[in-house]
Design a protein around this ligand. Structure first.
Ligand code: GCO
Ligand code: MN
Ligand code: MN
Length: 412
């Protein structure tokens, strides 16, 4: 192979991307409640051991590209778009005005806003630190974000309490810190009730997002289940306004089955928003794009959500790899992530209609014929053959995933 000059590389990537085929049109993509985060597209590839590999990208460019790709919704942290020093000033108003124009011009809607309470040095001790001034500032930031959300037409606010925890054992009293954290959420909900009235809009859905570790060694609300317990703890003034934004990888990170975690959120009526991505168990938060690591598990997750009529957002909270170029973020990373999601969503529909899976599931639910309901041996024997269907269902899901049920003949 001859070395490939830089000016031939993008055409090569474009040619191979086109050759992959299977792309959905922007109009088809827009039919889904898919949102693209500002921070995901603008991620420059930096990390603890990694220098940036991409140039900064402003919101105008992100929103324009999302509009072209067919990602109809946009999400942002306050500080992704407004420098910390400009928050809660006239400068904020100007920026929010520019964002509004950009969204309108590109047919993109803001669906969710979130407050960055983890990056700035003021949050070194977390958003619910001992210092009353830090907590008051955190509460005003949360309330300010709610206001921005209403100005931009969002319906959701997300809270990722990543710095609610500690590195040093014994330095933090957990019950007190959680009470203080609840006060921040209470302030946001109260502000929401007031601001929503002013804007003649419904209040936002306030969604908590758990991650088991990172950036703190120990996190006080490490899982979606911990958050459900917190919502129901009596500390929140408006628990009915607060639900969950689980992230696929965050549940996987602690070794959970994401589908089971989502099922528990569904049963609690709190599955309101969903961050979609992929990665590895018991590793750090690599935020790989959906379906690149666990496509079969993803298919199963979407079967669950389709069958329960989940109609909230699917938020593309992943990080384009640092090997992807600035151009590649919008020509490969986002379109392919969206298209894998839609493909898996369509397959989930096929799974729900599949006659083999339906027959097998119905047979398992019917169970075997038992005369004596107290006879453990009879009950066991009556269901023995039927239970083989569990494995057959797994095989059928695999066939649907790889398209084998349509008669693959590669290399036959
Ligand atoms: C992560 C987190 C964030 C949050 C975001 C919303 O992976 O580090 O998921 O991306 O989703 O901060 O508040
Ligand atoms: Mn997330
Ligand atoms: Mn993550």
């Amino acid at each position: 192979m001859n070395p490939i000059p830089v000016n031939e590389q993008k055409p090569l990537v474009d040619r191979l991307t086109t050759a992959c085929g299977g792309t959905y049109t922007p109009a088809q993509r827009r039919k889904f409640f898919i949102s693209g985060p500002q921070w995901a597209a603008a991620y420059e590839g930096q990390a603890l051991f990694h220098a940036p590999t991409r140039k900064p990208v402003a919101f105008e460019e992100v929103i324009r590209h999302y509009g072209e790709i067919g990602i109809a919704h946009w999400t942002t942290h306050d500080t992704d778009v407004i420098p910390t020093d400009s928050l809660m000033t006239d400068e904020q108003e100007k920026i929010v005005g520019r964002i509004g124009n950009s969204l309108r011009d590109n047919g993109v809607a803001c669906s969710m806003v979130t407050t960055e309470t983890f990056f700035h040095a003021v949050f070194a001790g977390g958003p619910a630190a001992e210092s009353p001034a830090v907590r008051e500032y955190a509460a005003s930031r949360l309330s300010n974000t709610v206001g921005i959300g209403h100005q931009l037409g969002a319906s959701y606010a997300v809270y990722w309490p990543g710095s609610l925890g500690y590195q040093i054992q014994g330095a933090v009293e957990e019950t007190q810190t959680l009470r203080w954290y609840a006060e921040g959420l209470n302030a946001a909900c109260e502000a929401d009730i007031r601001i929503a009235k002013e804007h003649n809009r419904p209040t936002l859905k306030h969604c908590m997002e758990a991650k088991p570790f990172e950036p703190q060694a120990e996190i006080l609300l490490p899982t979606s289940d911990a958050m459900l317990a917190f919502i129901g703890s009596g500390l929140l003034k408006h628990p009915e306004m607060v639900g969950l934004n689980p992230e696929y990888l965050h549940e996987l990170m602690w070794g959970a089955a994401p589908r089971a975690a989502l099922a528990r959120a569904l049963l609690a009526g709190k599955l309101w928003h969903f961050d979609i991505n992929d990665g590895y168990r018991l590793k750090h938060d690599v935020d790989i794009a959906i379906g690149l690591v666990n496509p079969l598990d993803w298919l199963n997750v979407l079967v669950l959500l389709r069958s329960h009529g989940y109609n909230g957002p699917f938020n593309l909270d992943y990080k384009p790899p640092r090997t992807t170029s600035n151009d590649g973020v919008f020509s490969v990373s986002f379109p392919t992530a969206v298209d894998r999601f839609i493909t898996l969503w369509e397959m989930a529909g096929e799974v729900l209609e599949d006659s083999i899976i339906r027959d097998a599931t119905n047979a398992l639910k019917a169970g075997g014929v038992v005369k004596n309901a107290k006879d453990v041996h009879e009950i066991t024997a009556a269901n023995k053959e039927l239970l083989t269907l569990h494995e057959l269902i797994g095989h059928r899901l695999f066939q649907i995933l790889v398209g084998a049920h349509k008669g693959r003949v590669y290399s036959v």
